[in-house]
Design a protein around this ligand. Structure first.
Ligand SMILES: Nc1ncnc2c1ncn2[C@@H]1O[C@H](COP(=O)(O)OP(=O)(O)OP(=O)(O)O)[C@@H](O)[C@H]1O
Ligand SMILES: [Mg+2]
Length: 253
């Protein structure tokens, strides 16, 4: 379980550019839960993910995973950033295998998992291509495969589908849900898309603008097995309307 307790994050502390990005965040995320995080640009969503990833330490408060304080990146965590951040000189297969390589686990099992993930993501014919030979959306799909290659317990995704076209975005959403049914993991998913949050999230965390605070946590009472036929059902519509209202209320304020 991920536990975020009394977390505050101030960038550029004691300088003129001091920015309080997160204020008094408290959140418990259960094992194998999919949590969607939504909120206006600049409200601290990426900052929160970086804290869970151990890439940043809170100014005060704690983030723990399974009762261990997160003080550095953990091997059981995978992260997909807003931009694909691939290594330009390595081919797609080796980019995907990077976490396995860093962890000293570059074996046949890792290679076949990477190949399987890339094939599922529609990149089976591009294993030996380099990032610059791929479109932005294809590169982001490689970044998603890279985050999953070492089969982490926790996957942190920062608007992973933001650069994809609408069709690929829906396919990847279904693919992520399928991966989760086959092999459940804890997923923290940041998105600007309200319908994506409802489609994926078991709960939706709505954040208020700077300094980022949690304004509400909504339960999504849809079945765990989901597909796009749920769009337009009363529960889907209720959740989407509730999130929209919470976000809009802050914008008006
Ligand atoms: N490295 C940094 N140094 C100083 N300020 C930062 C840094 N990173 C983020 N900030 C500030 O912290 C606030 C939150 O930023 P963050 O990137 O977490 O927002 P976000 O919710 O992910 O936004 P977006 O939806 O646009 O990606 C912003 O005001 C931003 O300017
Ligand atoms: Mg962000």
């Amino acid at each position: 379980m991920i536990r975020i307790q009394d977390v505050n994050l101030i960038y550029g502390r004691h300088t003129e550019r001091e920015t309080q990005a997160l204020k008094q965040i408290n959140l418990d995320i259960q094992d194998n839960e999919i949590i969607a995080i939504v909120g206006a640009s600049g409200c601290g969503k990426s900052t929160l993910l970086r804290l869970i990833a151990g890439l940043l330490m809170p100014t005060s408060g704690t983030v723990s995973i399974d009762d261990e304080i997160v003080a550095h990146p953990r091997q059981d965590t995978g992260i997909v950033f807003q931009a694909p951040t691939l290594v330009p000189w390595a081919n797609i297969l080796n980019n995907t295998l990077l976490p396995s390589s860093i962890m000293g686990r570059l074996d046949d099992q890792a290679r076949s998992r990477a190949t399987r993930l890339l094939t599922t993501a529609g990149l089976g014919n591009f294993l030996h291509h380099h990032p610059k030979q791929l479109s932005g959306g294809m590169q982001q799909r490689v970044a998603i495969c890279r985050a999953l290659v070492h089969n982490p317990k926790v996957v942190l995704m920062d608007e992973p589908f933001g650069a994809l076209d609408a069709l690929t975005r829906e396919t990847m959403t279904l693919e992520l849900l399928r991966l989760w049914y086959e092999d459940p993991k804890t997923i923290v998913f940041v998105t600007h898309s309200i319908s994506e949050a409802v489609m994926l999230g078991h709960r939706i965390v709505v954040m208020s603008p700077r300094p980022g605070q949690i304004s509400e946590i909504l339960d999504v009472n849809l079945p765990r097995e989901r597909d796009f036929s749920l769009v337009g059902t009363p529960e889907f519509t209720r959740c989407a309307a509730a999130v929209r209202e919470l976000i809009f209320q802050h914008e008006v304020a």
